[in-house]
Design a protein around this ligand. Structure first.
Ligand code: AMX
Length: 435
């Protein structure tokens, strides 16, 4: 069967022509006005980047290469006996726009297993981290250190031609994804205990191995959850902090390890991936304050008290989305299937019925609906993964799929160094003085 790299090598020349033709036809057309507010306002809504793997619609949510989450759940290959999509297939789809065969997906699982071991100095870096260092900081350290063996950095030093950039980038991207379970598993066991890491099993899929390294492979539903989790967290178009950071740093021809290390530092922020840990912390605090099985009124009052304290309600709102996140819905479906009676799931539902009304009444948030992070913690903790400050590491493992695939295409298409123009407030006042 054809490998992913062989298929990419076929697709790249045509895509280079496609980009050329698109630029020739549309390149000089203006694409929306830039408002001064957008310079101050975090560039919301500013068309500014090309990102091929996924596009986000404000109402409908994410589509991966044109396919919605329910569509990819349907179309992508599954593990034997499983019903959730394998992230291996998603990676193939992100890179090629095509649905791989079962055989191609199995070959990817094996390829990643073969690339999965960590250099011993990276293991030592992790082993020396104090358990008080946040797992995301440890994650970022380890990924950055993998740059030691970057095929791209080496090839660049040896004077590789621009046309060939994508090839060592592909190798680094594959190595990066392959090594993440060993990094995540090592951090988890170092910080929370749980004994020696098992070896990666080359006959099993990526998500099984991740679950096994964390110590949860004896729970088949948790393995299924990992397949779904990685798939839906992989990519969310290019403008979010982690994706854009990876692309930006990669544009300096920093290799995929350096670029994705930077992505992780952005994902570690509470307005981005850290919300994933914050939600469960917030729910637990609520439970300790108002008790379990609290009334709707008590929950509503607690939500108001969060807002009045000048804090955000974690897991709600989004910079682009304006409806309930389909990634939230996919996790809700999973919960309805596997843990409908879980009390925390019931609380998540109760909160879902109350928070949007409160946020609407408060009148500030442009989107009162839940995002992906409002639901992930309750699923993880159901299976006993209770260490909330580890949750964003799982988001990070997943996000590598999206960032890595775009880095490969950026190098294949010769994406230039990013360098937008900035202005001082003085300059803005001067430019617009008489306008
Ligand atoms: N709770 C309380 N206030 C909120 C809110 C929420 N969940 N969401 C937005 N707001 C407030 C903002 O803080 C802002 O207040 P300000 O004018 O006083 O600064 C105002 O509403 C307008 O914000 P916005 O335009 O609606 O949102 P944004 O694009 O600036 O920010 C986001 C988006 C996600 C950072 C924000 O909704 C938020 O802080 N949510 C809670 C944290 C969270 O869940 N983050 C995860 C997002 C998904 C992800 O990346 N993993």
């Amino acid at each position: 069967a054809q490998t992913l790299k062989e298929r990419l090598a076929e697709l790249i020349p045509a895509e280079i022509e496609n980009v050329k033709a698109t630029r020739a036809e549309h390149g000089k057309k203006s694409f929306g006005p830039v408002l001064v507010d957008q310079l101050y306002g975090g560039m919301r809504g500013l068309p500014a980047l090309i990102w091929d793997g996924s596009v986000l619609d404000a109402d409908e949510g994410i589509r991966f290469r044109g396919k919605s989450i329910p569509e990819i759940q349907q179309a992508l290959p599954k593990a034997p006996g499983g019903s959730e999509p394998l992230p291996e297939g998603l990676f193939w789809l992100l890179l090629t726009g095509e649905i791989p065969t079962q055989e191609q997906v199995t070959a990817l699982s094996k390829d990643w297993a073969a690339r999965s071991s960590l250099p011993s100095f990276v293991e030592e870096i992790l082993d020396r981290c104090p358990p008080t260092l946040h797992p995301m900081s440890q994650f970022s350290l380890a990924v950055t250190a993998l740059n030691h063996d970057s095929a791209f950095a080496k090839a660049y030093q040896q004077g590789i031609s621009k046309k060939e950039y994508w090839q060592p980038t592909f190798e680094d991207a594959m190595d990066l994804i392959a090594k993440l379970p060993n990094i995540a598993g090592r951090i988890y066991r170092n910080v929370y205990g749980g004994g020696k890491l098992p070896a990666i099993d080359a006959d099993k899929d990526y998500s099984y191995n991740l679950a096994n390294l964390l110590g949860f492979a004896d729970k088949p539903d948790f393995v299924e959850l990992m397949r779904l989790y990685i798939t839906i967290h992989s990519d969310h178009e290019g403008g979010n902090v982690s994706a854009h950071t990876g692309k930006l740093v990669g544009s300096a021809l920093s290799d995929p390890f350096l670029a994705f290390g930077a992505s992780l530092n952005g994902l570690a922020g509470p307005l981005h991936g850290l919300a994933n840990q914050e939600v469960l912390i917030w729910l637990r605090k609520m439970q300790s304050k108002i008790g379990e099985n609290a009334s709707d009124d008590a929950v509503r009052e607690y939500v108001w008290s969060t807002l009045k304290a000048g804090q955000v309600v974690p897991g709600y709102g989004h910079a682009v989305l304006r409806k309930t996140d389909p990634r939230y819905m996919a996790q809700r479906e999973f919960a309805l299937k596997h843990l409908p009676e879980n009390p925390l799931f019931k609380l998540v539902n109760q909160v879902y019925n109350i928070v949007p009304g409160v946020l609407l009444e408060a009148g500030k948030a442009k989107n009162p609906w839940p995002n992906v992070d409002a639901h992930s913690g309750v699923l993880l903790t159901h299976y006993g993964l209770n260490q909330m400050n580890f949750y964003t590491v799982l988001f990070g493992v997943s996000r590598a799929f999206g960032v890595a695939s775009q880095l490969i295409w950026d190098r294949a298409l010769g994406a230039p160094l990013e360098r937008p123009k900035s202005y001082s407030t003085e300059a803005i006042k001067k430019i617009f003085k008489d306008k």
